[in-house]
Design a binder for this molecule. Structure first.
Ligand SMILES: [Zn+2]
Ligand SMILES: [Zn+2]
Length: 165
């Protein structure tokens, strides 16, 4: 989605809205592709006192598998991103500046990068997911662990000593 901003650049206080869908279904996060639905991007570019400001949000529903309990789950994902569009670097480096190429900006590329940078490295069905027991494999969110409680041998010895008294 390339947009020519020549008119916006030269028209003070002008603005242009945009809206498009992005296909990120090929994004691989550790072997899974959670962005199976289209990512809906919308936003606007404004000329504010001669500076082009771009604001966008990218929204989709992720379909993930929990890293702890291996259960599939869905999650709403909303990413907001803002930057300044400029023909050349002329401001502080603090600001997020995207350089125009022949007065064009690739909004699809901006949204894609912003979305990827905001993705978590871990997928959890809930923040306090208890996961699977490494011993018996039970999903500890749903059932108590079936492992027999292993007694620390040192504690066993201690209780033995106490009993002998
Ligand atoms: Zn989980
Ligand atoms: Zn267990």
């Amino acid at each position: 989605m390339r947009l020519n901003v020549n008119k916006l650049l030269h028209t003070p206080e002008s603005r242009q809205d945009f809206r498009f869908a992005l296909d990120l279904s090929d994004l691989d996060f550790g072997g899974s592709c959670p962005v199976s639905e289209p990512v809906n991007v919308e936003g606007q570019i404004r000329n504010k006192a001669g500076v082009l400001l771009c604001d966008l949000t990218a929204h989709t529903t992720l379909h993930c598998v929990c890293d702890r309990c291996c259960e599939p789950f869905s999650e709403e994902k909303m990413v907001a991103y803002s930057c300044v569009l400029a023909e050349e670097r002329q401001f502080d480096d603090d600001e997020d500046i995207v350089l125009l190429e022949h007065d064009e900006v690739d909004l699809g590329d901006l949204a894609r990068t912003a979305f990827i940078l905001d993705m978590d490295t871990k997928f959890l069905c809930k923040p306090d997911c208890k996961g699977l027991c490494p011993g018996c494999g039970v999903n500890r969110n749903e059932a108590p662990c079936r492992c027999k409680k292993e007694v620390d041998p040192r504690l066993a010895k201690l209780s033995q000593l106490l009993q002998d008294k």
